[in-house]
Design a binder for this molecule. Structure first.
Ligand SMILES: *Cc1c(COP(=O)(O)O)cnc(C)c1O
Length: 397
């Protein structure tokens, strides 16, 4: 079937929740993807921070293949070998001592919200249930995580929203301190905001946030669905801060492209979960967790974090150069290989022109170009993308 027919059928039969670009991607390898016509693209989107290892990483492909021949699925009634292996690996390399597996970022955040409420009822005296989240945050599209997402554009048409949430501005300690009251049980925050425009908090903000949560006896939950799994040059973004959250959520890149979500839980907090309290049919499924073990092992063994830090710094400096050349570039932000370039104009047409030149990039908040290449991207590939971007910028009036 040619791409015109495919796109026509897509419009006809797939719910119109996505505004799509007019290409059908059919193949990927490393930093590159190809469309149905065989056109090649250098990928600076990575399926929205999913393909951190690059497309079709051989170790992930092999693990999926091997697991598919052995066992695709069994119920969580039984012990599941790759699930246990992935949980052990995650705990060995993080602050956590327990993991709850699910299938997406929203679901991981749902788990965190449920556990926070349960923990508050069991350990905080019973009257606390409210969770404070940040303006410009993004936590998912289920009703609870949508409500946690403090951006009204996502709320439209879905009220009544869930009770039990309160919003404060990102990176503002005083506002947060004031918002905490006798009903607060947790703060949920992305250590770097992704969808909200690649917003980096001030130095020391997250450490102070940790102190405030300790002082008030409330839980601190990091949503690292986008910035976890190596994206910032460390396995987890919290590692840059010298602090630890009480819970952390993962999804996107955790299984190298296979759907998965995980809630990482600090010692003590997870103990209030008892059999029957929470569940997911596919959560920790053999196929997904076998892919996860392969993905995490590859990330740790193949120097990807080092490459992410080095190429990320280089990339940042190249974006800064562009900023100096073009007055409509307002700011360059980011860490490792999550980089944002805020413009004084809409970025949508720039994304389209870059696509015509063979480069996939993304734009968020209307005017922030966002770059999320696989962590294996090279300086030479960054140069090629920057060169194309400069050409496109020259045509901007
Ligand atoms: C993508 C994302 C989510 C939602 O993940 P889904 O898998 O789409 O449910 C949640 N939080 C953050 C920070 C994200 O970037």
């Amino acid at each position: 079937m040619d791409s015109q027919t495919l796109m026509m059928l897509s419009e006809k039969h797939i719910a119109h929740t996505y505004a799509r670009y007019s290409i059908v991607l059919v193949r990927g390898k490393g930093t590159r993807v190809w469309d149905k016509e065989g056109r090649e693209y250098l990928d600076f989107v990575s399926g929205l921070a999913v393909c951190n290892l690059g497309h079709c990483h051989p170790r992930v492909v092999q693990a999926i293949h091997d697991q598919a021949e052995k066992l695709l699925h069994v119920s969580n009634f039984y012990y599941i070998e790759p699930q246990i292996q992935l949980a052990s690996l995650l705990c060995r390399h993080s602050f956590a001592d327990k993991v709850f597996f699910c299938n997406s970022g929203a679901e991981a955040n749902e788990g965190a919200l449920k556990l926070a409420r349960k923990y508050a009822k069991a350990k905080m005296g019973g009257s606390r249930y409210e969770v404070i989240t940040m303006e410009r945050s993004f936590h998912g599209r289920t009703l609870a995580t949508l409500t946690a997402t403090a951006q009204t554009k996502y709320h439209k048409g879905y009220d009544p929203l869930m009770p039990g949430f309160k919003y404060v501005p990102f990176d503002k300690l005083e506002a947060l301190r004031k918002a905490i009251d006798e009903k607060t049980c947790a703060v949920l925050i992305e250590p770097i905001q992704g969808e909200g425009g690649v917003n980096i908090p001030s130095e020391g903000y997250l450490r102070s946030l940790r102190e405030i949560c300790d002082e008030k006896g409330i839980l601190l939950i990091f949503d690292e669905v986008q910035v976890g799994m190596g994206r910032t040059g460390r396995l987890f973004a919290y590692e840059h801060e010298g602090i630890m959250p009480d819970m952390l959520t993962l999804a996107k890149s955790l299984a190298g492209g296979v759907p998965i979500g995980a809630l990482l839980i600090h010692k003590g907090v997870g103990d209030v979960f008892e059999p029957g309290d929470h569940a997911s049919t596919f959560g920790g499924n053999p196929l997904a967790t076998a892919a996860g073990v392969a993905a995490l092992t590859a990330m740790l063994e193949e120097g990807m974090l080092k490459n992410c830090e080095r190429v990320g710094n280089y990339f940042f400096s190249r974006l800064e150069e562009l900023k100096k050349k073009f007055a409509f570039v307002r700011e360059v932000r980011g860490r490792g290989l999550i980089l944002g370039m805020e413009l004084e104009l809409e970025g949508g047409s720039i994304v389209k022109e870059m696509m015509q030149r063979g480069f996939l990039i993304n734009c968020t908040m209307g005017n922030v170009l966002r770059f999320l290449p696989p962590l294996i991207v090279t300086e030479e590939e960054v140069d090629r993308m920057i060169e194309a971007l400069e050409e496109v910028f020259k045509g901007v009036t």
